[in-house]
Design a protein around this ligand. Structure first.
Ligand SMILES: Cc1cc2nc3c(=O)[nH]c(=O)nc-3n(C[C@H](O)[C@H](O)[C@H](O)COP(=O)(O)OP(=O)(O)OC[C@H]3O[C@@H](n4cnc5c(N)ncnc54)[C@H](O)[C@@H]3O)c2cc1C
Ligand code: FES
Ligand code: FES
Length: 510
């Protein structure tokens, strides 16, 4: 058990000894005069506190990730490297990104621009640069209320084009060859007795969970930090935190025996990198999930363990007929996701148990169907903001057609409508065996409007949610009316408007 730890900010060594275990990174930065990271919403919603974190991807390769400093505690960064916008200033030469942003004839306030430069820094400073259009737009988690994003995007685009994205090095050396982004196991006790554990194996994590029955598990910490439990201002009582971040087996995406095994501590970003090419539903869901900063931290297991009614991931995994593996010190059990979800905001996880893996069938068995366009899928989300907002209603649809053009399999899964994510069994039954066409689609739309015990809250009424359940289905049908021919019906998507070409790494089959 350590009473001190080291971490690095802008290449300089810092020590965390003597600091409260629940102290936030953002507070630390600001108290140590690294004020480029701003304290605005304090809950991951605005991106003003963005910094770059040296992390590892699902193949344990070092990568730079933009994260919200307000969503990290200091012990979470023990042994890690952080870069702030200060690292782009003060050198002998102006950083190319800073130069491009200052010359783009955009009025930007000092409150937001450092966050933007960090969000763009994730793209510019990562050594692996590919210039391909992708759905993961940068900086959509950075809120600007004054002028607009366009000139800033254009400046980055120009810069990347100018450099032809060919330099396989980190421009400012944020990611050096000595970085591995991997996290050693670690344990810290602060001066008042709060404990922070970062075990290296699942068994170790389970043992700690048994030894500290009142401890709190944390993975990415996005939900944990939003509830402000760790902030010194919340005067949280003494506690033990067990972080799953360095349990390597929980951070991997692997293919085995016809199934994809997704570790519970895999982030939404890593899930996208590993499986977006295989599962269009995952690609579409990830592009609407939170912001880059949130996706870079939020984990699959954290999302499922919370079982929130408006989760974007749960309907997608329900549609993919996912299973989950739960571990305790004695045994492992495998459950269908539907069995795992025990009710509104509830799961069947018991004390001493950890969600270990999510299992999804490889789509290869139906590859021929997919090639001929007979496996239809789509994810849709209605939210107040296009990005970084929770779903009012979201839906994941998967419809398989046989040779005769009849529906052989249908899964219609919704989030946000009711108190928990649900499948529309009645509509699925209507579809199964029916000839794919407007007649059955209409019947299903009518059925969907009456399927759910919808709820009203300050975002939307139950009537609106029920209506949206039917409308999202109509949109899916309109887009997939002719199998094999996708016809988007949305003319106003932000992705279509922005001229941006995003950086994206692709991960081959593991
Ligand atoms: C600004 C913002 C935007 C968001 N946008 C979206 C969105 O668009 N769509 C969406 O679906 N969600 C969204 N979320 C919610 C949140 O990001 C997700 O639910 C996230 O996936 C939680 O994962 P985490 O690793 O951060 O969880 P943590 O905060 O680390 O943990 C959450 C809970 O899960 C438990 N837990 C974590 N891992 C395990 C495990 N392996 N076994 C057992 N228990 C575990 C923890 O004990 C804790 O109770 C948003 C959150 C914020 C703050
Ligand atoms: S202060 Fe708004 S995201 Fe951190
Ligand atoms: S740049 Fe700060 S509000 Fe727009």
């Amino acid at each position: 058990m350590q009473s001190d730890f080291e971490f690095f900010i802008n290449g300089n060594s810092h020590r965390g000894g003597g600091t409260p275990a629940q102290w936030g990174l953002l507070d630390y930065l600001r108290e140590n005069r690294m004020t480029s990271a701003k304290d605005a919403c304090d809950r991951g919603a605005c991106g003003a506190c963005s910094v770059l974190l040296v992390d590892s991807d699902c193949r344990q390769r070092p990568v730079l990730r933009v994260v919200n400093a307000c969503q990290l505690t200091l012990p979470m960064v023990a042994g890690r490297e952080i870069w702030t916008a200060e690292a782009m200033t003060g050198g002998e030469e102006e950083h190319p990104l800073q130069k491009a942003l200052s010359e783009c004839k955009q009025f930007s306030c000092g409150y937001c621009l450092p966050g933007f430069s960090m969000a763009f820094g994730e793209i510019y400073e990562n050594p692996v640069k590919t210039c391909s259009s992708g759905p993961l737009l940068p900086a959509v988690g950075n809120i600007c209320r004054c002028t607009g994003y366009w000139p800033l995007y254009s400046a980055l685009n120009e810069l990347l084009r100018h450099e032809k994205m060919s330099t396989n090095k980190s421009q400012a050396g944020f990611l050096t060859s000595s970085c591995d982004g991997l996290l050693p196991a670690f344990a810290y006790r602060d001066q008042v007795g709060d404990l922070f554990y970062r075990p290296g194996t699942l068994t170790e994590a389970l043992r700690l969970l048994q030894a500290h029955p009142d401890s709190k598990l944390v993975a990415g910490g996005t939900a944990y930090s939003s509830s402000r439990q760790f902030s010194p201002r919340s005067k949280a009582s003494r506690r033990t935190i067990i972080s799953l971040e360095s349990v390597t087996e929980l951070r991997q995406v692997a293919r085995e025996k016809g199934q994809w095994q997704i570790g519970a501590a895999v982030t939404i970003r890593s899930l996208f990198d590993a499986l977006a090419g295989k599962f269009p539903l995952i690609a579409q869901m990830a592009s609407r999930f939170g912001s880059p900063q949130v996706r870079n931290r939020a984990t699959v297991g954290g999302n499922l363990a919370l079982a929130e009614h408006d989760s974007d991931l749960v309907p997608v995994l329900l549609a993919l007929d996912a299973q989950v593996v739960i571990s305790n010190l004695r045994e492992q059990r495998k459950l269908r996701l539907e069995e795992f979800l025990g009710g509104p905001s509830r799961t069947v996880l018991s004390r001493g148990e950890i969600l270990k893996t999510v299992l999804v069938e490889c789509p290869d068995s139906t590859a021929r169907e997919q090639d001929s366009g007979r496996n239809l899928s789509g994810f849709y989300k209605v939210s107040r903001r296009h990005h970084n907002d929770r779903a009012i209603v979201c839906a994941a649809f998967l419809v398989a057609l046989n040779e005769a053009g009849r529906v052989s399999r249908a899964r219609l899964c919704y989030g946000g409508v009711s108190a928990q994510a649900m499948r529309a069994y009645e509509a699925e039954e209507l579809l199964t065996g029916a000839l794919w066409g407007p007649k059955v689609a209409r019947k299903v739309a009518i059925s969907l409007r009456q399927t759910f015990p919808a709820q009203s809250d300050d975002m939307a009424s139950a009537d609106y949610r029920n209506a949206m359940a039917g409308q999202l289905w109509r949109k899916f049908f309109a887009e997939h009316r002719t199998p094999g021919q996708y016809t988007p019906v949305d003319g106003g998507l932000v992705e279509n408007l922005l001229p941006f070409e995003t950086h994206r790494e692709t991960v081959e089959d593991g």
